[in-house]
Write a protein that binds this ligand. Structure first.
Ligand code: MLT
Length: 301
């Protein structure tokens, strides 16, 4: 019997993948396998018997990779399993930046008790006018599972796309989109784009969106970060928002430097928070654990 410990709530559909050779245990010390979502494992003592950790999500920055490698513990993530959910929130983020949806809804709520609210709204709406994303240019940094979906969705909405990914060659880029302009230097992406969205892991990319990078962007750019907070230098972003260089910063990370800024649109890490994504990630994570424990390999599926 293999023993599995869940460090976070893992979807029951995912746990249902385990056969009767698997037992869920409350005591992590007994675990052969750990399933984790966002719990930070860096300071945790790893169980002596632990053979595999599966993260129900894409990023593995909450897992001590070197410690696991030294202890011979395999680590898996679930690439692509939540890509659709993140893509949909990126689209929502662009629309929230283009149109003052939040301001307009708040105005209606504030004035809802007025019996003439409908008439007043017709006058008030001028203050909430916006722009369209149709015809605008979106820069996509990182053309992995999420980035590729964002490219397709943006093009379907009539945006032009400039893509960059140092791990992707021209053939792969063309298979993602024949219409996308593929660049091999970020300095060619930044000045060309009205919107820029980043979809890369937090590795040697930490702090890559710094003052120097922001300076290269178009004046009035909208920057979206649904990857990891550490990719963006918050102080530089706050200064750019203050100066109007960046018109809107849409981010999934509630860091104090930007959270209260009027032109920042900040969400509480909701990118993968859909039932569908949670089920997909949990199922892929459970299958990885089973493949690894039973056959010593894993194939993402
Ligand atoms: C991911 O790493 O897959 C997303 O950021 C969502 C999450 O952390 O759960």
């Amino acid at each position: 019997m293999y023993k599995v410990h869940c460090l976070n709530n893992i979807s029951t559909e995912g746990l249902a993948v385990f056969t009767d050779e698997y037992e869920l245990v409350d005591d992590i010390a007994q675990a052969d396998a750990v399933l984790v979502r966002s719990a930070d494992m860096h300071e945790m003592e790893l169980p002596a018997n632990l053979k595999v950790i599966a993260r129900a999500g894409a990023g593995v920055n909450n897992i001590p990779l070197q410690k696991c490698a030294d202890a011979g513990i395999a680590v898996f993530n679930t690439p692509g399993a939540n890509a659709n959910a993140v893509k949909e929130l990126v689209l929502a983020g662009m629309l929230l930046a283009a149109r003052d949806i939040v301001g307009g809804i708040a105005w209606v709520q504030e004035n809802a008790a007025d019996e003439n609210v409908g008439k007043a709204a017709e006058k008030a709406k001028k203050a909430f006018a916006g722009g369209e994303i149709f015809g605008k240019t979106l820069g996509v940094i990182g053309l992995g599972a999420i980035g590729a979906k964002v490219v397709a969705a943006a093009e379907a909405l009539g945006m032009k796309v400039v893509g960059y990914d140092p791990f992707v060659d021209a053939d792969r880029a063309a298979s993602i989109s024949a219409d996308m302009t593929f660049v091999t230097d970020l300095s060619d992406l930044y000045p060309a784009c009205d919107y820029v969205t980043i979809h890369v892991p937090a590795l040697n990319t930490i702090g890559m969106v710094n003052a120097e990078a922001i300076e290269k962007m178009k004046d009035g750019v909208v920057f979206l970060n649904f990857s990891r907070d550490t990719l963006v230098d918050d102080a530089a972003m706050a200064a750019a928002l203050e100066a109007g260089k960046v018109a809107r910063y849409v981010t999934d990370f509630a860091n104090p430097a930007v959270a209260a800024m009027p032109r920042a649109i900040v969400m509480p890490h909701l990118g993968a928070s859909t039932k569908e994504a949670e089920d997909n990630c949990a199922k892929m994570a459970a299958r990885s654990v089973m493949d690894y424990l039973e056959r010593g390999v894993t194939v993402h599926k």
